[in-house]
Design a protein around this ligand. Sequence first.
Ligand code: 6R9
Length: 641
Amino acid sequence: MSVAIHRPDDQSADAPADALDRARTAAAADPDGYWRDHGRCVDWIVPYREVKDTSFDAADFRIRWFADGQLNVSANCLDRHLATRGDQVAIVWEGDEPGETLRVTYRDLHERVCRFANVLKAQGVAKGDRVTLYLPMIVEAAVAMLACARIGAVHSVVFGGFSPDSLAGRIRDCGSRIVITADEGCRGGKRIPLKANVDAALANCPDVASVLVVRRTGGDVAMTAGRDLWYDEAMAQAAPDCTPELMNAEDPLFILYTSGSTGSPKGVLHTTGGYLVWATKTFRDVFDYRDGEVFWCTADVGWVTGHSYVVYGPLASGATTVMFDGVPNYPDHGRFWETIDRLGVNIFYTAPTAIRALMREGDDWVKRSSRASLRLLGSVGEPINPEAWRWYHDVAGDGRCPIVDTWWQTETGGIMIAPSPHATDAKPGSATKPLPGVQPQLVDAEGQVLEGATEGNLVIADSWPGQMRTVWGDHERFVQTYFTTYPGKYFTGDGARRDADGDYWITGRVDDVINVSGHRMGTAEVESALVAHAKVSEAAVVGMPHDVKGQGIYAYVTLNADTAPSDELRDELRRWVRKEIGPIAVPDALQFAPGLPKTRSGKIMRRILRKIAEGDTSSLGDTSTLADPSVVDALVRDRVG
Ligand code: 6R9
């Protein structure tokens, strides 16, 4: 089960692991003391005296860290490095085409951020205002995030793959009156009409008064007079300095929408002090970042991984971070490895879905590169199956780079469970141990805490600094979603196994969230998109195993009585979901179902639908409680796959 990792250059392999164990013990014994010390991994303008002030109990619920301290995130990511590393590269941008590369130093980034902060101010953006970003993976995305942080505005980054409707919903929910976008994005040689999508979204967002447009491709786009401005023209007129706003530790830093098991996506709110401490400390601890190294996290800034490990963690640590605006298979399947050689990447952090997709294309694509610069590999977003782990380790990492399989969530702000980067043995598929300050527990359905080697629902028993603070505009939903299933504990929505060594193996979501290529999708969201179509009367969506994506989306659709099923209609419904939500929500399988299996009280029995989607129709369990057990036979007969 465990794999020895050969690390010829490492003479001190045991000591750091011991240190990590000691830190874990210290943080558990005295959280206040531990974080009093480690909160100093970032620069405070006004040092904190208070440290931990948290309770998950309903009567006394609060999550506050370092609450009387003051700081500025952009000053931490920029100003504090100017004296020591102003001329060091902060961001290496790699475009969609190989070698389309740009290097931005800390000094240059600082000036750009100051200018853009002034642009935002000139547009009337003030502390506490929300700013929506709908951008490709370009340097301007990091500039805009940091500029918001500089003036105390709250950014909400919306992934460029979301549809105009999804974008509009997110703009309205947080009430932003300004959108930052680009003319077009480029991905895998194709253009993405970002500005046109914004125009379509804004038809339903009457409060948006200004749109700043970055010229990425130079493509022809419509500009609305009085509302739309070119980014470069605004930047040229802006002053190159801007004093960072003094922010309280608990002031909001950003909102990021994520899917849950019910309802529309939630605006996860992270605050300034605790989030920055968590992103920074986990970046340093998990990746063991060493001065001068090049760190490449392939995530898009539209996801939390891009926030914490493309932008905030690396920049607060004075690292050189790669921003990649392309895809793993363009122009060919060697793109990652060729880019690693060309940019001299030392630490590479990607998702299992990409690893599986590349593994399928064979080892030759990898072996054309040397990957000599690589020292450490990371995985994030979904469980990594042992086969993909071994390929990542043996082929991509030439058997000499440890893998850190990092479990965390949008809600947790940063990595929570991960192996030590110094581990000399590894368990393919296990995220292993909690980081210092993280207190995972496994509980059964009744909330009983399970001890020893066991399997159960993963909860976190106490607060950590990087924890989300609320759902934007709906604190009740925050408490309800995360703290009522198992009162007094944060429920992750994941299941996990713990082995005899105390190592954790995340088994996946136990709620109605599907993890498609490492992207979270709520079954309820896809269902409501489907039933919004005029010909659909009912829909139920479940996850199904998928070789590359991890999970795929399986939709059961009941049509209106007067509508006949057809392949054309199936395609039409797929296009409909793409338009309503975006390409990541398009069902991989869509089955027309004359009826859905329901209990007599009208509840859809998803357990049965999951089994059918998995192709496991021999063990459907007890169907006698169904209102009409015969619907199951029809579903099994018409299964698509
Ligand atoms: C960072 C991120 C969170 C969900 C999470 C879990 C899954 C993430 C994982 C993992 C197994 C890992 N997940 N990392 N499962 N092993 N190393 O992905 O955030 O988009 O919010 O997704 O992803 O199911 O609950 P987010």
